[in-house]
Design a protein around this ligand. Structure first.
Ligand code: GLV
Ligand code: MN
Ligand code: MN
Length: 417
């Protein structure tokens, strides 16, 4: 089957979606359920409808666009990703999987393909942890990984609960209706930018993801003693930020010292109270994001970090609380989907390599209820979560073409003569 990707249209759509943003271009900031996110969703649903897809939304705004198959009695095959973007991000993370998935479906339609299984494009709510501190909210709820009551109680920085914010965004059904049964999809394939440098360095256009690293995150709270920056003498201080600084360096040391490049530890948020030039920090809260392809090694590094920061807290006379936000297992791709992706690459003579995803994705949680795999395309310099994130129209088109062909194989159906 000859599959042609309309990369001009697709790239125009990627640019249009990037205009729904709370930061100046080229940066994109699109936080879940913000006004810009809601506008982007409305725009996207129009694109889905234009392609003749049947659109429905669940109680948290996960959005499903279905291309009917000739056999409505079998579970659909699904593809998709997310459109929320962390503060000062770029325009490709997640978006390539949603708009690329849409273009894959349109390309199959143009080719005259008629799927036997329905093909469903999913736009997941809040893959990014920006607003509620926990990533992949939509796919965690769909897969039953996150209990509805726990999701409902998550709060944003304004103290608003997830439950009230989603209702204000007009997603009002019961939260427990979001969960779907294992087997509801015959497969889930996610197209994504690599967010790392390997494909570009090796000049390989496609990455077939065999497994996704295990992510964990924590919130760490340190209570010391505040006071006047002039009056309180240095030997008498219990400065929460000085303690946090030592802890953050201990985290870096532990991640670097694991003996494996796959261990990564990041402190991306650090809030200092009361946050005044002339006031000793009395309380600091910081985040820790810790990941590894080997969950046992991640847990060992976690234990090492915990011991180190407890020692620092004790020595500095500050109190310490460590709250686990999430600690998830790794995910593995299905050999059948990888075989379909391999055959699709071969059909167009596109080189590929197998690789690991160090970023997490909605696929991590879809893997609990369906066979999954991911397809990566290169991004310039391996850069992601930055305004200068970039994949070329040609790189995106190759990914979409392979995705389209794999979807056709996995859906079964009739090809044009
Ligand atoms: C997803 O955005 C991640 O942080 O891996
Ligand atoms: Mn991201
Ligand atoms: Mn992403």
């Amino acid at each position: 089957m000859k599959i042609e990707i309309d990369h001009e249209k697709l790239n125009h759509e990627i640019d249009s979606l990037a205009s729904f943003s709370d930061s100046d271009p080229p940066a994109v900031t699109r936080v879940v359920f913000s006004e810009q996110d809601l506008k982007a969703r409305a725009w996207l649903k129009q694109r889905f409808a234009e392609a003749g897809l049947i659109v429905r939304e669940d109680a948290v705004g996960n959005t499903f666009a279905r291309w009917k198959g000739t056999n409505s009695g079998v579970p659909p095959i699904a593809t998709g990703s997310h459109i929320d973007a962390i503060p000062h991000a770029g325009k490709y993370d997640g978006v390539v999987g949603v708009l690329g998935g849409l273009e894959a479906i349109r390309a199959l339609q143009r080719a005259g393909f008629q799927p036997e299984r329905p093909i469903e494009l999913i736009m997941f709510t809040s893959e990014e942890p920006t607003r509620f501190g926990l990533g992949c909210l939509g796919s965690r709820l769909m897969s039953g990984t996150l209990p509805p009551a726990a999701a409902s109680a998550l709060t944003d920085s304004e103290g608003e609960t997830f439950d009230s914010v989603r209702q204000q965004a007009s997603f009002t059904g019961p939260l427990d209706s979001v969960r779907i049964a294992p087997g509801s999809y015959s497969a889930f394939v996610e197209l994504h930018i690599e967010q790392g440098p390997i494909l570009e360095q090796e000049k390989i256009p496609l990455g077939l993801v065999t497994n996704i690293a295990a992510p964990a995150s924590f919130q760490i709270t340190i209570d010391g003693e505040g006071g006047h920056a002039g009056g309180r003498l240095m030997p008498d201080r219990r400065d929460a930020l000085c303690a946090a600084s030592e802890m953050i360096l201990a985290i870096e040391r532990a991640a670097l010292g694991s003996g494996a490049a796959d261990t990564v530890g990041t402190v991306g948020i650090c809030q200092v109270h009361p946050g005044a030039v002339n006031s000793i920090p009395s309380r600091v809260q910081f985040s820790l994001d810790l990941r590894d392809t080997d969950p046992a090694r991640r847990d060992r590094v976690q234990a090492e970090i915990e011991a180190a920061i407890r020692e620092i807290a004790m020595r500095r006379g500050v109190s310490l609380a460590i709250d686990t936000v999430n600690s998830d297992p790794p995910a593995e791709s299905s050999p059948e989907i990888l075989a379909a992706l391999t055959a699709a690459c071969d059909a167009d003579a596109l080189p590929y390599r197998r690789m690991v995803s160090r970023a997490y994705h909605d696929s991590s949680f879809m893997s609990r209820i369906a066979p999954i795999a991911m397809l990566f395309i290169p991004c310039r310099g391996g850069v992601s979560h930055r305004p200068d994130e970039y994949s070329s129209p040609e790189e995106i088109a190759s990914g979409v073409k392979v995705l389209a062909r794999a979807l056709a194989t996995l859906a079964g159906g009739t090809e044009p003569n």
